[in-house]
Design a binder for this molecule. Structure first.
Ligand SMILES: [Zn+2]
Ligand SMILES: [Zn+2]
Length: 210
């Protein structure tokens, strides 16, 4: 498996490109600014076809390029609780930056908690981890012991809970029930900042303690 990471403008949002060269298939997790062009380059480099874009949640910085994938017919996946944010991200413009254009798009497949969701030769267990955002999803790739967690948890931090639809109590429950219960060696890839692991956060995250 190939895993490539790009930290995107304007606020350091991570995009994750996963490819399986044997099957010639790839996916993208989150679609921040610049991720469309970056993904096109990677698909050419590794000679793979993009099968879909999985969105961890509907916040503007994670979806700025989603409309570009949508226009090319690439299927988009997300949680229905964030439908309004996907279709009309301008409702969050007061939390965005001046000069940033927020263009809506249609999500083609709604995801919810589910074991063994298959896409492009990857098999994910899906978890709902609301609290930072109502439609926050976690994509656990069991075979590789890694999980894409969006803005639910960061290395030594947690997602902010003061945005519309946010709640610290709900986020805390999501982290305790769905993240700290993953195998300890699971590597966590967050929406911002460096990777971490379940073990490290369970032992030292200052915001949510066991
Ligand atoms: Zn967010
Ligand atoms: Zn974010």
């Amino acid at each position: 498996m190939i895993l490539k990471i790009k930290e995107c403008e304007p606020i350091g949002t991570n995009a994750y490109f996963l490819a399986d060269p044997l099957s010639g298939k790839a996916i993208l997790i989150d679609a921040p600014l610049g991720s469309y062009q970056w993904t096109q380059g990677l698909c050419e480099e590794y000679e793979v076809a993009l099968e879909g874009v999985l969105l961890t949640h509907g916040h503007w910085d994670h979806i700025l390029d989603a409309h570009l994938f949508s226009k090319k017919g690439i299927p988009l996946y997300g949680h229905q609780a964030d439908q309004l944010l996907f279709e009309n991200p301008a409702i969050m413009s007061s939390f965005s930056l001046p000069g940033i254009e927020l263009e809506g798009f249609t999500v083609n497949h709604w995801l919810s908690k589910q074991a063994a969701f298959s896409i492009a030769n990857f098999v994910f267990d899906l978890y709902e981890v609301p609290g930072h955002c109502p439609g926050s999803l976690l994509f656990f790739l069991k075979a590789e012991s890694l999980a894409f967690v969006g803005d639910a948890i960061f290395a030594g931090g947690i997602g902010r809970c003061d945005l519309p639809g946010g709640s610290f109590e709900i986020l805390k429950q999501s982290i305790l029930k769905e993240i700290y219960t993953l195998p300890a060696d699971t590597i966590l890839y967050p929406g911002h900042g460096p990777k971490t692991s379940v073990r490290i956060e369970r032992e030292s995250n200052p915001y949510v303690r066991l």
